[in-house]
Design a protein around this ligand. Structure first.
Ligand SMILES: Cc1ncc(COP(=O)(O)O)c(C=O)c1O
Length: 357
């Protein structure tokens, strides 16, 4: 796709403008259509997308420390987005089977100050949105999806980004849809909410600081939007490749595993686009060293649950045993669309060698 990306970038360089021009507008239309949402707003990154969606939806009001329930097993940026909006992240446990918010646990996190739920579609797997949305509706809460790891995932025919009152996406380069730098977007069916995000991403008001809310400076640039438009045309193919690689891992690894736990398959297979392939192992550190010695890089997403981290710790937080145990056992094996079949087999062989040693 090099030539296509180069041509798109050169079009921007030759023509200008470089920020919030016609490439951003076109990408916003195409991204909204792809997600099945009415509108989208391009912003500087996924953390800002979440913060701006929370403010624009009215979920978090200035100076009120409104509470937002989210998962403790996610990138710290999820909770940072809530803090940056002026809200207070409140953590509710995940299900060990899905790695996403356990809808049955949500009730316990509820207080008089709760205003919204931020389900995180972790590792590419959509949260149990039917149950999460039911819970939110029963308690008058807004739902803002953190869809930064689930571009293109589809649950019951509806894409990530089209379930909540709004959704936040990151286009960090390693995401399923990644830019050549930072980028993010908010999607929503509420066109006024998206218009509000477009004000807030430029200081708070189009006529610059004339409004009553301090916005931020969080704009998507034209070069990134032009490149994202090229890559968007390939997203569905890349997601299918990711799903195929995950199935192959599943088949190869299921043969000889003893203690290894493979990711479960959701009933709706399209609701998981395998941003990451995350296994569990009680001897995670030894397995990791074994793989490293064979040239296989692994990562841990994420090494500590957020409710135990200094920045997000708060009084009255109860234990979240599933998230705590998972962070000790999870390991991300290599998976990305360009991974070759023989490379995947070599990784699987190295894992099986450890299991049978
Ligand atoms: C789940 C999740 N939320 C939010 C973010 C923040 O996105 P960004 O790095 O673009 O600010 C990321 C990625 O880093 C993420 O994985």
């Amino acid at each position: 796709m090099k030539d296509e990306v180069r041509a798109a970038v050169e079009r921007v360089l030759d023509g200008g403008p470089y920020i919030l021009g016609q490439e951003v507008e076109a990408f916003e239309r195409e991204w909204a259509r792809f997600c099945g949402a009415a509108a989208a707003a391009g912003v500087a990154n996924g953390t800002d997308a979440l913060a701006l969606a929370l403010v624009a939806s009215g979920a978090v009001r200035p100076g009120r420390r409104d509470e937002v329930i989210t998962a403790p097993l996610t990138a710290g940026y999820t909770a940072l987005g809530i803090l940056n909006a002026g809200g207070l992240p409140v953590f509710s446990d995940v299900s060990p089977d899905t790695f996403t918010l356990d809808p049955r646990a949500l009730e316990r996190a509820l207080t008089k100050r709760t205003r919204a739920v931020v389900p995180v579609h972790l590792y590419g797997r959509m949260s149990e949105m039917g149950a999460v949305c039911d819970f939110a509706r029963r308690h008058g809460l807004l739902v803002i999806e953190d869809a930064s790891q689930a571009h293109g995932a589809r649950l019951e025919g509806r894409r990530a980004g089209a379930w909540g009152d709004a959704a936040a996406f990151s286009f960090y380069p390693t995401k399923n849809l990644g830019a050549y730098g930072d980028g993010g977007a908010v999607t929503s069916d509420d066109v006024r909410l998206i218009e509000r995000v477009k004000e807030l991403r430029q200081g708070g008001h189009p006529s610059a600081m004339g409004g009553d809310v301090a916005g931020r400076n969080s704009r998507l640039d034209e070069v990134q939007a032009a490149a994202l438009r090229v890559k968007l045309r390939r997203l569905a193919d890349w997601n299918r490749r990711r799903q195929r690689l995950a199935r192959t891992y599943g088949k190869l690894l299921a043969r000889g595993v003893k203690q290894l736990v493979l990711p479960s398959t959701p009933a709706d297979v399209n609701s998981h686009v395998f941003h990451l392939y995350v296994v569990r192992h009680p001897e995670r550190e030894r397995l990791r060293a074994h793989l490293a010695a064979r040239g296989v890089e692994t990562l841990i997403h994420y090494p500590a649950p957020l409710h135990t981290q200094k920045l997000f710790r708060r009084r009255g937080q109860y234990p979240l045993p599933a998230a705590e145990q998972l962070t000790d056992e999870i390991l991300s094996l290599p998976l990305y669309p360009q991974l070759r079949d023989e490379e995947l087999r070599a990784v699987a062989d190295a894992v099986l060698e450890f299991e049978n040693s």
